[in-house]
Structures are given as C-alpha cells and as structure tokens.
Design a protein around this ligand. Structure first.
Ligand SMILES: [Zn+2]
Length: 144
C-alpha cells in the first residue's frame, strides 16, 4: 500500500487512502462487502482499492504472476471479465455504489495497478443469482 500511495500521490491532488468498514446494501441486506481500502482525491473522487498477492508466485513479476486473471490489449492490462477477482470486485463496487476500482497486484518484484470499471449489467446478473441463493440459504451474509 505504501508503494501504491507513493506511485499515485504525485499524479493526484490531495490523495488520501483510508480503510473501509463493512458495507451493507440496505436494498440487499444479505450482501456485504469489505473493500481493502478506499482512496479519495480532488481530481478523481472515490476509488475502491483491492490488493492481491499470489503467494506461490511471489518471485515472479506481477503481470506474469497474475497472467491467468489478466488480458492484454495493446500495452494495457485488463482484468478478465470471467475471473473470480472480477466477480469479487464487481460485487464490492455494486454494493459500495462506486464506479472504479484500482486492483493492486503485488509480488516481491513490485506492484502493478489494473484499473477496473464497474460493469452494471454483470452486477445485475450477479444480483439475480445471489437473490436466488439467499432465498435458499437465509443464513449468514455473503461477504466479499
Ligand atoms: Zn485523482
């Protein structure tokens, strides 16, 4: 997180990073999310932060370590839509009512930042499935 803050603070005005508590959606009280951090700056507003490390691949550079999750278009890496990380992030963005997430992937070789935009239609598909699941479980919350 310190590496990320250092990297970003020169590019953004008044950048602050803070912890986020449990977020519960009042419309869907069976769903909750615990984002790693939330950042805020004067230029971009609030962005959700999700930090991932892959212990078994910690000796590789980030984009190689996380290659199963990523897709490269030109020079830019994107998070694959059909990946667990994306479902988790979309769930957090949907519950937090936020539009943007910075996925921070770190290994011992350094960090990389992948920008993930909220996908409204994917979130609606997920909600539909989660509503069905919650009808049968009626138990503890599903927490991302
Ligand atoms: Zn900014």
């Amino acid at each position: 997180m310190a590496q990320y803050q250092k990297k970003e603070s020169s590019k953004h005005k008044g950048l602050a990073i803070h912890e986020s508590g449990l977020i519960i959606d009042p419309q869907h009280p069976y769903l909750a999310a615990t984002p790693d951090r939330i950042r805020n700056c004067d230029c971009c507003g609030k962005i959700l932060l999700e930090v991932k490390s892959l212990f078994s691949k910690r000796n590789l550079v980030s984009h190689i370590a996380a290659q199963d999750y990523l897709q490269k278009k030109g020079k830019v890496y994107f998070l694959r839509e059909e990946s667990n990380w994306n479902y988790q992030i979309q769930g957090q963005l949907g519950l937090a009512r936020m539009e943007q997430c910075d996925l921070i992937i770190y290994t011992q070789k350094g960090i990389m930042v992948v920008s993930v935009a909220f996908n409204q239609s994917l979130w609606e598909q997920m909600l539909l499935k989660l509503k069905i699941i919650s009808y049968f479980i009626r138990g503890p919350r599903i927490v991302w």
